[in-house]
Unconditional design. Structure first.
Length: 141
């Protein structure tokens, strides 16, 4: 496997993805101190020739905390005990992130409330106003 296949249109060569092993955090006994089982993935989405322009733009505009201001996606996978499983997990999460940017959001169509809805809203406002006015004390002259 020399490419990460995201979907039918997008596949990224693994040469563009930096996968660095590192020691995992948290409990785990002696194993956690000796073995670099976690994976630190970095992918430069801003300069990658593998991403179509629309997908790149939506990806960089998303408010995902894993995407830095320079356009570098950083994913840290340390859920599993073995390095190969963490590597698969990191690549799957990158794939899911890019797939989410492939979806083009629907453009919002301006809508107006119907005349009947406007009348109903104003009628309810009037009724509420009268109800509150009835609770007030009569003016003392």
């Amino acid at each position: 496997m020399d490419r990460l296949v995201v979907n039918r249109r997008i596949s990224i060569p693994l040469a563009e993805i930096a996968l660095n092993p590192m020691r995992a955090q948290g409990a785990g006994g002696q194993n956690v101190n000796k073995v670099s089982s976690a994976i630190h993935l970095q992918f430069d989405a801003k300069t990658s020739p593998s991403l179509p322009d629309g997908v790149r733009q939506r990806l960089l505009e998303s408010r995902d905390s894993r995407i830095g201001v320079e356009g570098i996606i950083t994913i840290k996978a340390q859920q599993h005990r073995s390095q190969p499983r963490n590597r698969e997990d990191a690549l799957r999460r990158l794939k899911d992130l890019i797939n989410s940017a492939c979806v083009v959001p629907k453009t919002r169509k301006k809508t107006r409330p119907s005349a009947a809805a406007i009348r109903e809203r104003l009628k309810n406002k009037r009724r509420q106003s009268e109800r509150k006015a009835a609770r007030r004390r009569p003016p003392s002259d």
